[in-house]
Design a protein around this ligand. Structure first.
Ligand code: PMP
Ligand code: GLU
Length: 395
């Protein structure tokens, strides 16, 4: 009967990040001592003040459907957050709250993309971008960036990728998987090109906004001429250690927000009501309330760069944010280690899982076949042990 599946699903890849996390779980259940550095998920608990807000919401009988696009007071909190952190002014009809930023992205894709529309994805990009674009019958157009340029797309590269079919540009900053942060100047250079092509809609995924070690987070919607064509995506999963609560949101031109609202009204009826109430507490708190997590991520980034830097064959950029490193491991390709031939990043990632009991994700899933992604959202002890195992396995 599986031949009855739609082409849409047959053409879709499984999420490599979630697949690797599932594989690690499976091996652990078999008794293997796997260190999971594959999933981009903070290892902290959700802060108590957020949990308290959720408990209160239950006691206050928040149990009914919320407005499809989110509670009015949550939207107010989001509007204030956009103003406070990004200097962006939105009205309630420009905000849509969804079941994770993942759904926000899917809504936008379904709302805007027609079959055959091209979507520019600076590669490496987050795994789900290309699959969500394809689900909406769009065509992902990868723009290959390199480690020398800190994995950032230049204005020239953007210009060269634009065709009459280009409908959108999607990127994340700080970037998953490279950790790269676009500066104001770099975004302004991209905006110069985009101004010449007013039909292109921009998706700026800023879910790692607060996990930034160099300061200076900048939203492209702040730049002249970009606001009316940019969807700014954000959420609470990463900064507030709330991955399982599933709340993401957009600030967008009203016509896009309305379309997302319409889709959501037919597909989910809106996000979970308790998680929405908890999100109000998260967004209304001063950003300093999560500094302890950001500081830890920063320390771990430095530790991981130092330890991986000692392994011959790992070429690294210095990530300005998020909680990933994305080493180029192509120097191992063509070698046979412990009887296993390493032809590409997927082979190396599998080798590390089998020989070092460390789960990573192949860069192929992110549009870069020379790298692997290592998440350092894990304890210092686990990181030290994992990298020591990697070193031993590869030596
Ligand atoms: N965008 C990026 C760049 C991500 O890394 C993630 C990770 N899950 C998401 C969006 C989706 O986040 P969520 O659905 O948990 O809000
Ligand atoms: N965004 C995280 C990651 O890249 C979580 C997993 C997912 O949603 O794909 O690992």
């Amino acid at each position: 009967m599986s031949s009855q599946l739609s082409e849409r699903i047959l053409n879709m890849s499984t999420s490599a990040t979630l697949a690797m996390a599932a594989k690690a779980r499976e091996l652990r259940a078999e008794g293997k001592d796997i260190i999971g550095l594959s999933l981009g998920e903070p290892d902290f608990n959700t802060p108590d003040f957020i949990k308290d807000a959720a408990k209160e919401a239950i006691d206050q009988n928040y149990n009914s459907y919320s407005p499809v696009d989110g509670y009015a007071d949550l939207k107010d909190a989001i509007i204030k957050k956009f103003k406070r952190d990004n200097n962006l002014t939105y009205t309630p009809s420009q905000i849509v709250v969804s079941t994770g930023a993942k759904q926000s992205l899917a809504n936008v894709a379904l709302a805007v993309i027609n079959p055959g529309d091209e979507v520019i994805l600076p590669a490496p990009y987050w795994v789900s971008y290309s699959e969500i674009v394809k689900l909406a019958e769009g065509v992902p157009v990868e723009v290959t960036t390199n480690i020398e340029n800190d994995f950032k797309m230049t204005a020239e590269q953007l210009e060269a990728a634009i065709t009459p079919k280009t409908k959108m540009l999607w990127y994340s900053s700080p970037c998953n998987p490279s950790g790269s942060v676009y500066t104001k100047e770099e975004l302004e250079a991209l905006a110069v090109v985009l101004r010449k092509h007013p039909q292109i809609i921009i998706v700026s995924d800023e879910i790692y906004e607060h996990i930034n070690f160099i300061g200076g987070h900048y939203s492209i919607a702040e730049i002249d001429g970009m606001y009316d064509r940019t969807v700014t995506v954000n959420g609470v999963s990463k900064a507030f250690a709330m991955t399982g609560w599933r709340i993401g949101y957009i600030g967008a031109p009203e016509w896009i927000a309305k379309a997302c609202n319409k889709i959501q009204g037919q597909i989910t009826s809106g996000a979970n009501c308790i998680a929405q109430r908890a999100t109000i507490a998260a967004l209304e708190a001063p950003v300093s309330s999560i500094n302890y997590m950001i500081e830890k991520f920063h320390e771990r980034r430095d530790l991981v760069l130092e330890l991986l830097g000692e392994i011959e064959g790992f070429q690294l950029n210095v990530p300005g944010g998020a909680f990933y490193v994305f080493p180029n491991v192509s120097s191992f390709f063509g070698k046979t280690i412990k009887g296993k031939k390493i032809e590409n990043a997927s082979d190396l990632s599998l080798f590390l899982l089998e020989e070092a009991n460390v789960a990573t994700v192949t860069g192929e899933a992110f549009g870069n076949p020379n790298c692997i992604r290592i998440s350092y959202a894990a304890s210092e002890e686990q990181l030290r042990e994992a990298i020591s195992r990697i070193k031993t396995a590869l030596s």
